[in-house]
Ligand binder design. Structure first.
Ligand SMILES: Cc1cc2nc3c(=O)[nH]c(=O)nc-3n(C[C@H](O)[C@H](O)[C@H](O)COP(=O)(O)OP(=O)(O)OC[C@H]3O[C@@H](n4cnc5c(N)ncnc54)[C@H](O)[C@@H]3O)c2cc1C
Length: 404
């Protein structure tokens, strides 16, 4: 086996300090590998995106000391619901049926930026790790010795030499474009609106759990608890302007339609998102690998984007550590591509596209049948476990490692 390319002079370079890049960098640094994390913004991006951490992700993050931190900062949610808005029928799934399959048989609800921030803080104290904010990757090329990365910094342009690169610089990834990888798939015509409120929605919607998927032929929504706020995600109509969709009047109307109360809601955050279903044609070009939203993107119904991205990072970190320790050669990087790309294509895309179709079902009879199916499944521990092994992403992580 050849000696490792990874050294202090040629660290592993990570583009993007989102949840995927920052946790990946910490996985490597925790094993003593030199790593440089480059982030174009002046600090960690604080926005209203992922908040659900699934059980296998919590198992993985435990290895870098992050699970307890997420639990301290967030909310443990053991039960979640599929509700029919017209009939108030509730199917409630109890994640404790997974207790023999995971050390964390629950979801943790915590904003994704808190994970990135915690990882960056730990990395900043490690001598062999460098976190560089205001460093924007503008290009990368594979060389015989590793990778050459071009970066815009506050002091001008720099070239950083590395051994391998992990591009987790989000959906519009510069790294993906620089190495010429296609991003195949489609974008939905409608945007999703997320608004938060401190108002106690549980007083209006009886038995509300920490996570609720609410179906309705006219307006489905997702209601999630995150610390001291309820977050509500609504679909919007294609063609409506961003200005209108983000206006107070529109958000008040949506929230009152969900739970009619006297007076206005206090609105915390509000954000509008484009929704895509895409998977990169390959996750590997030479010594440049892709992960997270740079490699795959899907609608947020089921909470699989960030979780799948963190699973990418763990899978790649294991392989780079094996290469560094002389236990594997670079062919395992091709295995990384297959294991993670095929999982995104075959499981995550199918599951999330299906979730959206079910949530927005217009035919009341089809929706009644779907709700009845959820209620039967949730009431039977064996069926519920079978369902949750998929929905909580345990099966897809295990199945990914079976791909060679
Ligand atoms: C409304 C909503 C709800 C969601 N809920 C969930 C959920 O509950 N669970 C879940 O698993 N997923 C969820 N997702 C998806 C999740 O937010 C993404 O999958 C996740 O952010 C991907 O993380 P990432 O680190 O790959 O990319 P990002 O979070 O996009 O981070 C990329 C980072 O790269 C930086 N960057 C970009 N370009 C460069 C460059 N050229 N040089 C250096 N740095 C660069 C960016 O500034 C950013 O900090 C949700 C998404 C939305 C929109």
């Amino acid at each position: 086996m050849a000696s490792s390319l990874i050294s202090t002079e040629r660290p592993v370079i990570v583009a993007g300090a989102g949840p995927v890049g920052s946790s990946f960098a910490l996985f490597l640094a925790a094993k003593g590998l030199p790593v440089v994390l480059l982030e174009r913004n002046t600090g960690v991006t604080v926005d209203l995106r992922a908040s659900t951490f699934h059980p296998p992700t919590l198992d993985m993050l435990d290895n870098i000391g992050m699970t307890q931190r997420l639990k301290d900062m967030g909310l443990i949610v053991s039960r979640y619901q599929y509700r029919d808005r017209r009939t108030n029928d509730i199917a409630e799934f109890d994640l404790s049926v997974l207790k023999d399959e995971t050390n964390h048989p629950y979801r943790v609800q915590c904003e994704q930026w808190r994970l990135s921030q915690e990882c960056c803080e730990v990395l900043a104290d490690m001598p062999h790790a460098k976190v560089r904010f205001s460093h924007c990757v503008t290009g990368v090329i594979n060389t015989d010795e590793g990778v050459d990365v071009e970066v815009e910094t506050p002091n001008g342009r720099e070239k950083i030499r590395g051994s391998y690169m992990f591009g987790c610089d989000g959906a519009s990834s510069t790294v993906r474009r620089a190495v010429g990888i296609e991003y195949e798939g489609f974008t939905y015509p409608e945007k999703f609106l997320v608004a938060s409120t401190p108002y106690p929605l549980e007083e209006f919607l009886p038995r509300l759990a920490g996570v609720n998927y609410v179906s309705d032929p006219e307006e489905w929504c997702v209601v999630l608890r995150c610390n001291d706020l309820w977050r509500v995600l609504f679909p919007t109509k294609p063609g409506d302007t961003d200005e209108m969709l983000l206006s107070d009047a529109y958000i008040q109307e949506r929230l009152h339609h969900l739970a009619a109360k006297q007076g206005d809601y206090v609105i915390g955050h509000r954000t509008l998102y484009n929704v895509h279903q895409r998977v990169a044609a390959t996750y590997r070009m030479g010594r440049v690998m892709l992960g997270g939203d740079a490699a795959h993107i899907n609608n947020p119904l089921g909470g699989m984007g960030m979780n799948g991205g963190i699973h990418d990072g763990v899978n790649l970190a294991e392989k780079l550590i094996a290469i560094h320790e002389g236990k594997a050669d670079e062919d395992v990087l091709g295995v990384y591509d297959r294991q993670r790309r095929i999982t995104a294509q075959n499981f995550v895309q199918e599951h999330t596209i299906n979730n959206k179709k079910l949530m927005e079902e217009k035919d009341p009879e089809a929706q009644r049948k779907r709700q009845a199916h959820f209620m039967r499944t949730a009431a039977d521990p064996a069926l519920a476990k079978d369902f949750l092994m998929k929905a909580a992403m345990i099966n897809c992580v295990r199945d990914s490692y079976a791909i060679s």
